[in-house]
Design a protein around this ligand. Structure first.
Ligand code: NOJ
Length: 750
């Protein structure tokens, strides 16, 4: 695969002329059509389904359901009344509709097909939160290319990803879909995914446009409840939530999806500050803004619009280009223009942006998808291989007392837990094209290393429901084994959109199983699968070794086995803190100091009255941001700040030596953090400003060097403008956000 990227963030004079020529010929109705995104299919029709199934069976062909088109769809396409589709991945259906748009509509403007390809299309990779835990943007770029290859082969030209919402509340089910709690890391991952999706030379000969989402601040949903109200300052908007979007646009993303939430009491979908002032006036970004699913209509329950007409008016005026699913633009936009309530120029601008994207994607030249391609391309062996690489790097070793891991192949195992032989839950949320048979389970992975007689398997309990519980069998198996391997966690449907939780402990009765097995005194290895950080202090104290495996996609089981037996040395690090208790949420490393900071992280109970502490638990998380162990040990030494007095135009260069002081080769994510000690507004206690993943052989040492332009050490100042303020800073290079070598530097006045 090459690494040429299509960028959609710049104006191209030839394309602009083409857009103008087209726009000049369009009727108002045709213009509105370009701003309508819908699903072309009607409601599910059982007879239609059964008939197709029967025909496929009679002909001995694989069955793929082709739903009936909406009764008005063909006429709409001929009239140019629809501009794009969502979540249609049937090449035959897409080509059929495309033919109507291209060959039978007056202006022949092709439709664009968008889809949610969040962590792979059919080759399902680990969930994005896990992918981010690789701290390996190059790897994510490759994974995103595979997703683009497969999606493009089924006719998709617009991927509704990356999800770049910063998420600091693990109750929020959608934390699974993003890169975690940090904007700097989020920026790196956003760039990588956009580059991967927008790669050129896809096998289909077509191109894909990325659609970062959800613009913006959606991750701040109060109490982690999906779709809930958000409320944060404009400074936090600019310093925390916006940067990953800006990074995605700078990498070439040509569209963005507006979020469901409100920003300062104005829902994102009709918010002029974010859609017009920031996107257009400040950033001069020429891309398309697409609403989230029915988000225009949702302005009514939000209480911003009395009816759909008003919702459409407010959205268009604010700067929303395309409406997804609801019919506000379709039903009312033309009339709003005719009545003078919406200026035609604004509609023209929106249409211009849509046509620009369609031209840049190459749809006018290559509107059809090759219907024979997908079966040859999907799940290609090299794609499956890459899914395994990503799964390996995404898993985070949280605990390994007495070097219990890697396991000896001679050890007799009791494999206990509802996720050990599970296919479908490994896929995690957003695997729309789920084929559980694609997945390798943990038991299948173990069988690569051990003969069947070397383990006993007891599911012991369901993942989340109450019964049946088979503690006796679990205990008997444990007693009979050298090591207990618990495979526990969440099901795929416990995270993702609309799947927030208030209790992040082990679901169902899994903890009862752990308690019973722990009482046997046998050494315990726990593989924990989840779509988010869990709150598991008890389990963490009971297990001797704990591997966070997330929902790791189709190669999950093999990846777990490779790590358990030491063929692969774990190298993942957390990108979202794991709290000790629910009451600590939100907990994130880059918090403010407050006027009454605790004297140390991990404050002692009751010892510091009237400080910003709890009386019943430390402030620190159980496992912090950036944390993850290896089977080897890395030692940090010799922090060196090349120029401790810097001007505003200089670059901060900091180096440190990292030594592999253990006995195995391993990869380490070396992290650089800074703190601006005094500002005109308060600053976080630490901010990630660099990371590098390096591989070292036993005994090998390397000097790692970070170069951070001083211009990147700024923030949103009192006047809401970006500023770098002179003064004293601290810097750390270390293995996570709570430790490392510390130094200081000074930025001089200009
Ligand atoms: C709603 C989700 O919020 C969004 O992420 C997704 O892209 C759309 N639905 C379309 O499925």
């Amino acid at each position: 695969m090459d690494n040429h990227i299509t960028t959609y963030n710049q104006l191209n004079p030839a394309a602009e002329a083409r857009v103008d020529a087209l726009l000049a010929q369009m009727t108002l109705a045709e213009k509105v059509g370009q701003l309508v995104q819908t699903n072309p299919f009607g409601p599910f029709d059982r007879d239609h389904y059964d008939a197709q199934k029967q025909t496929a069976e009679e002909n001995g062909e694989p069955f793929e359901y082709f739903p009936k088109l909406r009764h008005d769809m063909e006429d709409l396409l001929r009239a140019g009344g629809v501009g794009s589709f969502l979540n249609v991945t049937l090449p035959k259906a897409i080509n059929h509709c495309q033919r109507l748009a291209v060959e039978e509509s007056r202006l022949g403007i092709p439709i664009m097909v968008g889809s949610d390809v969040i962590h792979g299309y059919r080759t399902i990779f680990p969930i994005p939160l896990a992918e981010a835990s690789t701290w390996n943007p190059e790897l994510l770029e490759k994974a995103s290319r595979v997703a683009a290859e497969e999606a493009s082969a089924v006719g998709v030209d617009w991927i509704f990803a990356p999800m770049v919402d910063v998420a600091r509340d693990p109750r929020w089910g959608r934390i699974a879909e993003g890169a975690g709690e940090d904007p700097f890391l989020g920026m790196a991952m956003a760039r990588a995914r956009v580059r991967g999706f927008q790669t050129t030379h896809l096998a289909s000969g077509r191109r894909i446009a990325a659609c970062p989402k959800h613009y913006v601040g959606y991750g701040a949903a109060e109490a982690g409840r999906d779709y809930n109200t958000t409320d944060f300052s404009e400074r936090t908007l600019r310093d925390v939530y916006l940067p990953p979007f800006k990074a995605a646009f700078d990498a070439g993303a040509g569209s963005v999806m507006s979020a469901f939430n409100e920003i300062s009491s104005v829902p994102a979908t009709a918010n002029p500050l974010i859609l017009r002032t920031i996107l257009r006036d400040e950033w001069q970004w020429p891309g398309v803004v697409l609403s989230d699913y029915e988000a225009v209509k949702e302005l009514i329950p939000h209480g911003l619009a009395a009816d759909l007409r008003e919702a459409a008016r407010l959205s268009l005026l604010a700067g929303l280009d395309i409406e997804m699913i609801s019919d506000g633009y379709h039903n009312h936009l033309a009339e709003l223009v005719e009545s003078g309530e919406v200026p035609l120029e604004l509609v023209d601008e929106a249409v211009r942006r849509v046509l620009r994207l369609k031209i840049a994607v190459g749809l006018f030249e290559k509107p059809y998808v090759d219907e024979s391609l997908a079966p040859k391309l999907i799940l290609r062996p090299d794609f499956r291989e890459l899914a395994l690489d990503v799964a390996h790097e995404s898993m985070v070793l949280l605990k390994n007392d007495n070097d219990l891991l890697p396991l000896s192949p001679q050890a007799r195992l009791a494999v206990i837990g509802p996720l050990a032989n599970n296919h479908k839950d490994m896929l995690g949320c957003w695997s729309l094209h789920t084929h559980p048979e694609d997945v390798e389970t943990v038991l299948e992975g173990l069988s690569v290393y051990l003969p069947d007689e070397a383990w006993t398997y007891v599911p012991a309990c369901p993942i989340r429901e109450d019964g049946p519980l088979d503690i006796a069998a679990a205990v008997a198996a444990a007693q009979d084994a050298d090591v207990v391997l618990l495979v526990l966690g969440e099901s795929a449907d416990m995270s993702g959109e609309g799947h927030s939780r208030t209790d992040l402990g082990l679901p169902g009765r899994q903890q009862e199983v752990v308690d019973a097995v722990a009482a046997t005194g046998k050494p315990i290895v726990c593989v924990l699968m989840s779509g988010r950080p869990l709150v598991i202090p008890q389990l963490a104290s009971q297990a001797d070794a704990l591997l966070c495996a997330w929902h790791a996609g189709i190669r999950a089981g093999r990846a777990v086995a490779d790590i358990l037996f030491g063929t692969v040395n774990p190298s993942g690090k957390l990108t979202a803190s794991w709290p000790r208790s629910m009451g600590q949420i939100p907990t994130y490393y880059s918090h403010k100091n407050t006027g009454r900071p605790a004297s140390e992280a991990g404050t002692k109970q009751f010892a510091e009255s009237f400080k910003s502490v709890y009386i019943d638990a430390p402030n620190s998380p159980l496992f912090p941001f950036g944390y993850g162990l290896s089977y080897t040990r890395f030692a940090y030494s010799d922090l060196h700040i090349v120029q401790p007095e810097l001007g505003l135009d200089d670059t901060l260069t900091v180096t440190a030596t990292v030594t592999n002081a253990g006995e195995r080769a391993g990869a380490e994510v070396v992290q650089l953090y800074v703190r601006d000690l005094v500002g005109s507004v308060t600053r976080p206690v630490k901010e990630l400003k660099g990371f590098q993943k390096i591989t070292l052989q036993p005994g090998e040492k390397r000097t790692v060097s970070f170069a951070v332009p001083v211009s990147e050490l700024g923030f949103t100042g009192l006047d809401m403008r970006y500023v770098v303020e002179p003064g004293d800073f601290k810097v750390w290079i270390g293995p996570d956000s709570t430790s490392g070598l510390e130094g200081s530097f000074h930025i001089k006045k200009a």
